[in-house]
Design a binder for this molecule. Sequence first.
Ligand SMILES: Nc1ncnc2c1ncn2[C@@H]1O[C@H](COP(=O)(O)OP(=O)(O)OP(=O)(O)O)[C@@H](O)[C@H]1O
Ligand SMILES: [Mg+2]
Length: 142
Amino acid sequence: MERVASEAQVRVFIRDESDVAVARRRARELASQQGLSEVEAEALATAVTEIARNIVVHAGGGEILFERVVDAPRRGVVVIARDTGPGIPDVEQAMQDGFSTKRGLGFGLPGARRLVDKFEIESKAGAGTTVTLRKWAAAKSQ
Ligand SMILES: Nc1ncnc2c1ncn2[C@@H]1O[C@H](COP(=O)(O)OP(=O)(O)OP(=O)(O)O)[C@@H](O)[C@H]1O
Ligand SMILES: [Mg+2]
């Protein structure tokens, strides 16, 4: 059974680009504490950066929770990013390479998905967006 060490939960409020940098740093720190390799930690940090930046650009603000996760002997990191912004009316479309409503490259969400072991997105137009990422040490899947 998976177990989350609650004392390890960290919350970062996301409003602007400096908060994105804080979230990136937290992701890296927790990843290395959990035994992720440099490459794995960098992958998670990059995914977190994209999701955090989306909160700034598309939702105007939100928060990101970081948790350690243990499924012995595996260790990993779970990241829950949530906002109460405008939401995404068509999540499937938003997950496609190159789709952007703001003249972005449209690679943030699909890129983030490829960098982690588990990626979930829940969004409702008018109600906000929650993205959950999980990455294990040793790059095992889900
Ligand atoms: N938190 C969010 N709230 C509302 N809409 C979002 C959110 N995150 C993503 N979106 C929507 O999904 C689309 C795709 O996101 P994605 O990150 O892939 O691309 P982008 O942010 O437009 O460009 P890029 O990330 O490449 O700079 C966005 O253009 C936006 O319409
Ligand atoms: Mg983006």
